[in-house]
Design a protein around this ligand. Structure first.
Ligand code: GSH
Length: 118
């Protein structure tokens, strides 16, 4: 089955399996969504293979993904530059390392300013 890959150049796109955000918390695609949201990222979602629940029977059958990223597992994060971050652990790390400044709470007190307060 051919997958159609949806990515608007210049945007951040998360390619997921058919469970997308709907699986359990520990599911790789769910973890990637959570990390991106928690870090304040605005991103598009592309459900890569809609008819294959949990990526079942896909081994070796995502040639387009392999062509794009050199591997065939999801999730994959496509950066605005066109580069890819593969695997939920690396996506979580990327989301944290690149968290959006607007997402940090400006009302949170500077820890330095709390020194000496009892
Ligand atoms: N360790 C990987 C596991 C990714 C994974 O197994 N993804 C599933 C979909 S959620 C998949 O692509 N399965 C198809 C396959 O293994 O070919 C991660 O955390 O991202």
């Amino acid at each position: 089955m051919a997958s159609s890959v949806k990515h608007m150049p210049g945007t951040l796109t998360l390619h997921t399996c058919s469970l997308d955000d709907g699986g359990p918390k520990f599911h790789p695609c769910h973890k990637a969504h959570d990390a991106l949201r928690e870090a304040g990222h605005t991103y598009e979602t592309d459900i890569f293979d809609k008819n294959r629940p949990m990526g079942l029977f896909t081994k070796g059958k995502r040639p387009k993904l392999k062509e794009m990223t050199g591997q065939e597992k999801l999730p994959v994060l496509e950066l605005p530059s066109g580069e890819f971050v593969t695997g939920s652990s690396d996506i979580v790390a990327w989301a944290k390392a690149n968290s959006q400044p607007s997402h940090t709470d400006a009302r949170a007190p500077d820890p330095q300013s709390l020194r000496g307060i009892r």
